[in-house]
Structure formats: structure tokens, C-alpha cells
Design a protein around this ligand. Structure first.
Ligand SMILES: Cc1ncc(COP(=O)(O)O)c(C=O)c1O
Length: 457
């Protein structure tokens, strides 16, 4: 716990010098900042000494909890050797070992690892790779992309070009390259007005229309498999991903899967695409890659794509892309330790009962008057709040219902962050049943308090 004077000083400096991401700083300036000082397991502790369950895995990336000894030690060991060296030219030991390991656990056929340092860059790399692949293969007109409505792949210009969230992406539209948005299989609010029981995945027909209408122009389809995260934790119906895969094959379009959020166990299997036995042409990883310890990302590609970039230097087939911290040894050492833990502690096998427990507990939320839809995939859950359950009418965004619920949860010792009026639950994979129970009780109580107090106004 910090000295009171120093804590107040930090609060003032925070407001004076820091610009927080995705934050309206005018609102922030009116609040007392929450300053995290330390963490352990699923808990975070702020500068007042108050503890919170980390209900969103510190932005969807922590797997083994905070201050996991094995990862801490691996980083310290690597620090005694070297903190950073470039991959532009030389190689480094953890980067080599990790590449071998990633290829070993990835869906069969993804044999080459290209490192970068965050989810956006992993996707940006994939888009450039896909476009240049077709150039090298002689398909010069394949320069466009298909993506999903409500998709989110990062905040760089390239990844925003394939983004589908108007709130985040609308303002920058003049900068984007050509992308076709296919409807998202958001079954609770089906864009085609269908019912999931008898829709026969009609949204796939819309995707097929796009592919059919643009012969020879589409380089790749990029999507988040099974769970569209930032777009509202939209969980896809079974068969959608394999349907997309089949269409990509039919129309000679690469399939790029953004597993930045879903990778490394979140959905209950190592990668979401394994649920439907889909092997993409390119797969992008970050967040959980090293248990959420430090910036690291990887774009995995097939031999076929890699080989298209081989040639004499003068052929200019080189993939001209790279970042300063590409393959950073500390990040890779942390990833090696995290992957070892996933296996040694049988994290995925132990997840199954927790997933079932979460599912059972979420049932009780159905009776809440303003809970419209509850979605779950693995240890990811989303609760969509609505003004009117029968008509599915949303709360006006100005009411900030999601934010209010999260502020109430924070008072009760839980850190979560909403997506509009959707409450997201995504704890570290090692959360224990009693901790999950506490987390859900706080969310339940907070929804009840906030939705009923709004009603009485
Ligand atoms: C699916 C997905 N892709 C890409 C990103 C962007 O990752 P980063 O914030 O590390 O750039 C995110 C971040 O939330 C994500 O959820």
C-alpha cells in the first residue's frame, strides 16, 4: 500500500500527464483514478490496498494469474542473458525454441512463424502477407479483403480497414483500403431477421454472394473464429467457421484467422479453429501467447505461403516487414514458460468443469429483468443488457449502463470492463471455483442494483 501523500501525487500526475486508451478523458478527470500497484493469482491490488478480482484478465490476456513464479523466473533467467536483440539478421534462442513449439501445437500445416509485438501487428502482417502472396503467384488483382460486421482486428490503419465496428472505425474511413463486410452471425440480433433454429446459416449465403460478385479480386477473408470479441463477444453458431472455410476454398480466397483473443485456451481448446477442425492459411496470435506478460505476437503461415516469398534477392519477393521488438527474447522466454505451464498444470483439461460451472451459474441471470441475452464460449461470457426484454430494445448508449454496472462491481471488488451495454466476463484460466462464484455474485448484484435504480428514476 502506498503512502497517502505519494498516492495523491500519482493521482494528480495520472490526470496531468497520461492519456488513457479508449477513454473519454473529460470523464476520467472527474473520477478518482484506480492505480494498480500489484497483483497475485486472479487478484489485483490498488494503491489503497483494496483487492479486486481481475475479471477481464487485464484486457483478455492473463492466463496463469499474476506473478506466476515459473514465468517470473523464466524472464529473470533470460534477463541474466540478454533482454533484447534484433531478429533482423541474427536469431535468438527463445525465439527459435518458441517458433518450434508454436508450430508443434498449431493446426497441422501452419509451419512458419513470423513474430511481431501485439495483436494489431500480427493481423497487419497477415494482411500484407496475404496480398503479397497473390502478387507473387501472379494474381495481381487480388487486393481486396472480406471481413465481418462487428469484427475487430486492432487499431492500426490496416486492421481498422478490415474492422466492422462503426463506433471505433467510422471516423477513419477515408484512410481505408477496399474491404467487403459480410453479416456477422450475431444470432440474438440476426442481421437477416432469422431464427437460429431454422436459419440454415443463411448468413453464409451473403458471404458467398460477396465472393461470387468479386471473382479474382479478393485476397483473403479475415475473421475472429467463434468469438467476435470487441464487437460484443458475439458467439458464432456451430458450423459457421467451417462454412466460411469451405467458401474460401471454393472461391480461391485465403482464410486468415485472428486468434489474438481466442488462442491459448480461452474457448476451451488451444485454438478456437480446432473446435471445427479448420486449418486456416494464416493464423494470428498475441495476448495469451505468453500468459499476458509482455508484448509479443506471432503470425503463422503455411509452407505454401512461405514458399511464394522465396526467390533470388533481385526478384524482390522478400517480405519487407519487421518491428524493432520482433521476437523479443524476454517475451519469447515468458511464452515458453507459459506453454510449459499449460501442459504441466493440465490447464485445458482442468478448464472443463469450470466452463460447466460458469454455464450453470449464468442460468440464474436469465431471471433478471434487463438481461436480454447470455452468451458463453469456454471461459468467455457476455451478458447483454436490454431496456426491454421482449422487444430486445437496447438501452440508449448515453445511459452508459455497462459502465455503471462495472463501476458498481468495482466497489464490490471486481474489475471488469463492458462493451457498451454488454458485460464481459473473462477471468484468468486458473481461476478457482469459489473465485468464479464470487465474481458472478458481484456481477449479478451489480446488474440488479444498477438496472433497478435506473428504473426507479
Ligand atoms: C481479436 C482481436 N484482434 C486484435 C486485437 C488487437 O490487439 P492489440 O490490442 O494487442 O493490438 C484484439 C484486442 O483486443 C482482439 O481482441
Amino acid at each position: 500500500m502506498l503512502d497517502k501523500k505519494y498516492k495523491e501525487q500519482l493521482e494528480e500526475w495520472d490526470k496531468t500527464y497520461l492519456w488513457h486508451p479508449f477513454t473519454q478523458m473529460q470523464d476520467y478527470a472527474r473520477e478518482t483514478p484506480m492505480i494498480i500497484e500489484e497483483g497475485s493469482g486472479v487478484y489485483l491490488k490498488d494503491a489503497n490496498g483494496k483487492e479486486y478480482i481481475d475479471g477481464i484478465s487485464s484486457m483478455w490476456c492473463i492466463l496463469h494469474g499474476h506473478r506466476k513464479k515459473e514465468i517470473d523466473d523464466a524472464i529473470k533467467r533470460q534477463l541474466d542473458k540478454i533482454a533484447h536483440t534484433t531478429l533482423l539478421g541474427p536469431s535468438n534462442i527463445p525465439a527459435i525454441e518458441l517458433a518450434k513449439l508454436l508450430v508443434g501445437i498449431a493446426p497441422e500445416g501452419l509451419n512458419k512463424v513470423f513474430y511481431s509485438d501485439n495483436g494489431s501487428t500480427a493481423n497487419e502482417v497477415a494482411l500484407k502477407m496475404a496480398l503479397q502472396y497473390w502478387q507473387h503467384k501472379g494474381f495481381k488483382d487480388k487486393t481486396q479483403f472480406v471481413a465481418l460486421q462487428y469484427g475487430y482486428h486492432g487499431d492500426t490503419i490496416g486492421t481498422m480497414s478490415v474492422g466492422g465496428i462503426e463506433l471505433f472505425h467510422g471516423a477513419f474511413r477515408p484512410l481505408y483500403f477496399k474491404t467487403h463486410l459480410a453479416p456477422s452471425p450475431y444470432c440474438y440480433r440476426c442481421p437477416l431477421g432469422k431464427q437460429p433454429q431454422n436459419c440454415s446459416l443463411a448468413c453464409l449465403d451473403k458471404l458467398e454472394d460477396i465472393l461470387k460478385e468479386n471473382p479474382g479480386r479478393i485476397a483473403a477473408m479475415i475473421m475472429e473464429p467463434l468469438v467476435q470479441g470487441a464487437g460484443g463477444m458475439i458467439i458464432h453458431p456451430s458450423g459457421y467457421l467451417s462454412g466460411v472455410h469451405a467458401l474460401c476454398k471454393k472461391y480461391n480466397v485465403l482464410l486468415v484467422l485472428d486468434e489474438v483473443l481466442t488462442g491459448f485456451g480461452r474457448t476451451g481448446s488451444m485454438f478456437a479453429c480446432l473446435h471445427e477442425d479448420v486449418v486456416p492459411d494464416i493464423m494470428n496470435l498475441s495476448k495469451g501467447i505468453n500468459g499476458g506478460y509482455m508484448p509479443l505476437a506471432a503470425t503463422l503461415a503455411t509452407e505454401e505461403i512461405y514458399n511464394a516469398f522465396l526467390g533470388e534477392f533481385s526478384s524482390l519477393k522478400t517480405f519487407f516487414h519487421g518491428h524493432t521488438y520482433t521476437g523479443n527474447p524476454l517475451g519469447c522466454a515468458a511464452a515458453l514458460a507459459s506453454l510449459e505451464l499449460l501442459e504441466k498444470e493440465r490447464i485445458l483439461e482442468n478448464l472443463e468443469p469450470k466452463i460447466k460451472y460458469l454455464q450453470a451459474k449464468l442460468k440464474s441471470f436469465e431471471s433478471l429483468e434487463h438481461v436480454g441475452n447470455i452468451r458463453q464460449c469456454g471461459l468467455i461470457a457476455a451478458i447483454e443488457l436490454v431496456k426491454n426484454k421482449t422487444t430486445k430494445e437496447s438501452y440508449p448508449w448515453e445511459e452508459r449502463m455497462g459502465i455503471k454496472v462495472c463501476i458498481e462491481s468495482r466497489k464490490q471488488g471486481l474489475l471488469i470492463r463492458p462493451l457498451g451495454h454488454i458485460i464481459v466476463i473473462m477471468p484468468p484460466l486458473i481461476i478457482k471455483e469459489h473465485e468464479l462464484d464470487r465474481l458472478l455474485t458481484i456481477v449479478y448484484e451489480s446488474i440488479k442494483i444498477i438496472t433497478s435504480s435506473t428504473l426507479s428514476k
